[in-house]
Design a protein around this ligand. Structure first.
Ligand code: F6P
Length: 545
């Protein structure tokens, strides 16, 4: 990947800027009016997903120019090098090989001269063995009782993927196995997660690549104490780990037989298909987990084999660049019309904002334009009754991804699903085409309300329609967003695989934690922070210490 800011040097960038300026006033109404098959032509099948970008502010020319930009920036080559195991994570000096986690048995991908696929399948086999015993009641706790609950502890990438996917596939959950997650440092979170469970029948899975993350370690210690209260001092039958740091897990008291390796070439936010997904595998079973991996692999293959002009993840990444760098959009809303995909926007926040929230290029020089947008969202139709007002009539167009699933996971009385999907399609149509003042007048709107009841339209959406919420489709959706994110980063020339931005706050929190507990030393923060620390100490009755 070139390390030069494209806004300064790129011919394709300049061509896109000129193209944007020339078509600045063209509306989606006009684009559709002059183009009878736009709705079909500007949509593509990506695996089982139908990805409709026709309501995006683009023409065939725009897409051609964006493909030129991708080529000029070496984006396809970067994706290729990533999948080949090259050290594309330059600031941490390692590969970013999440695609190897779903590579088929028998393929070879080398990192530093060693094949990694064999190890991946070894771990998957060990995970499946544990999960089979768990799901069949053959995994016994310290007192000889079968384990019937799994509590997965972890945060960020060690939580969002498996929690999101376990929720998404709740209709496939084992009926007699209680799988729960806790992530927040707030003690209320783990307290809620353990509530009603019996330590003698519970397995606590500690997911942490580093096994040093403060939130997870505090929760792990609380869980270990809770287990010890129930089963006595030897809690090793009730603790498992998914980690890169097997030594630290062993020091914590976790049996190597219950420790599952997360390779260091997997980024946390890309780690769902690794051992971090053990909670998900426990819930849906090894076969369904295998289907999830197969779905991801289908998109990996699409990514590798499809030219930019019809490559789903690459086009979506290029559209993100188009919106952010050329049209000035500052956020992306993601609205899944599926309550079981409720955590998907939060999952994408980490994936996209940790990956794209960068202000320097690969070589450390400052970017001159904008990079990652704010990602946010909530399930439809709830979002329609909360933030869609701003999407329709606010002053800033917000690009939206609207995600729908054709076949329902549940539809009591057959009264829900058609209405749900009708809302998705209706929102995309209303956002794109709006309602002119004249049209509003013909519907009988009184003149004094016409301005209020006019919809400007021209608000961009991508509609993603999936046939069903199966493990394979979910895997496809996740991989689509993973590759889209990396594709955008490659065009911008930033490193999507590091997250140094979280470190400063972490180290300050460590220092302040000590100061909140022990007030004997002087406080050397700014006056606001010093004052907040003192006020907190008073509220906790510690001021006299
Ligand atoms: O938030 C920073 C981060 O490093 C994420 O990238 C990561 O997913 C999360 O913390 C958890 O890290 P670990 O798996 O090492 O506990």
């Amino acid at each position: 990947m070139t390390e030069v800011d494209p806004t300064e040097t790129s011919r394709a960038w300049s061509a896109l800027t000129a193209h944007r300026d020339a078509r600045a006033d063209v509306t989606l109404r006009e684009l559709f009016a002059g183009d009878d098959d736009r709705g079909e032509r500007l949509a593509l099948a990506v695996g089982d997903l139908w990805v409709d970008i026709s309501k995006q502010p683009v023409t065939d020319d725009t897409l051609g120019l964006l493909a030129d930009l991708a080529d000029e920036r070496g984006m396809p080559g970067f994706m290729e090098r990533m999948m080949a195991g090259e050290p594309v994570n330059s600031t941490e000096g390692r590969a970013a090989l999440h695609t190897a986690l779903r590579a088929p048995h028998g393929t070879t991908i080398q990192v530093d001269g060693t094949d990694v696929v064999h190890g991946v399948h070894d771990t998957l086999g060990r995970m499946a063995d544990l999960v089979d015993r768990l799901r069949s009641g053959r995994l016994l706790g310290a007192t000889g009782r079968p384990v019937s609950a799994l509590v997965s502890l972890g945060i960020g990438g060690s939580y969002l993927g498996p929690a999101m996917a376990t929720g998404a596939l709740a209709h496939q959950a084992h009926p007699d196995l209680d799988v729960r997650f806790a992530s927040n440092l707030d003690g209320a979170d783990i307290t809620a997660a353990l509530r009603g469970l019996d330590p003698t029948t519970t397995l606590v899975l500690i997911c942490s690549k580093t096994f040093t993350t403060a939130e997870t370690m505090v929760a792990a210690e609380s869980a270990r104490a809770w287990l010890a209260d129930g089963v006595g001092t030897d809690v090793s039958a009730h603790l498992a780990a998914a980690t890169t740091a097997s030594g630290r897990a062993a020091a914590f008291g976790i049996d190597p037989a219950l420790t599952f390796s997360v390779p260091d070439w997997v980024g946390g936010r890309f780690s769902l298909p690794s051992a971090v997904g053990l909670g998900l595998m426990a819930s849906i079973g090894p076969d369904a987990f295998g289907d999830l991996l197969a779905g991801m692999r289908a998109i990996d293959e699409h990514l590798a084999a499809t030219p930019v002009s019809s490559n789903g993840p690459m086009l979506l990444g290029l559209l993100d660049v188009w919106h952010r760098s050329f049209l000035g959009a500052s956020s992306l809303a993601v609205v899944p019309y599926s309550s079981q995909l409720g955590l998907f926007p939060a999952y994408l926040q980490q994936l996209m904002m940790e990956s794209l929230g960068k202000r320097v290029l690969m070589d450390g020089s400052a970017v001159t334009g904008d990079t990652g947008a704010v990602v946010w969202g909530a399930p439809g139709t709830d979002g329609q009754h909360a933030f869609f007002q701003l999407l329709h009539q606010g002053t800033e167009p917000v690009p939206c991804d609207l995600i729908g699933v054709a076949r329902p996971v549940a539809d009591p009385r057959q009264a829900h699903h058609d209405g749900l999907i009708a809302n998705l399609f209706a929102q995309a149509e209303a956002l794109a085409f709006g309602l002119t003042t004249d049209e509003a007048a013909t519907t009988g709107v009184p003149p004094d309300l016409l301005a209020h009841r006019t919809f400007p339209g021209n608000r961009p959406t991508t509609v993603i329609l999936a046939p069903e919420l199966s493990p394979s489709v979910l895997g496809q959706l996740v991989a689509l967003y993973e590759h889209r994110t990396v594709a955008a980063a490659a065009v911008w020339g930033i490193n999507p695989f590091d997250q140094w931005g979280v470190e400063l706050g972490k180290s300050l929190a460590r220092r302040i934690t000590d100061e909140l507990v022990d007030g004997s030393g002087p406080l050397a923060h700014d006056t606001s922070t010093n004052s907040l620390i003192r006020r907190y100490r008073r509220l906790r009755g510690r001021s006299g210490e």
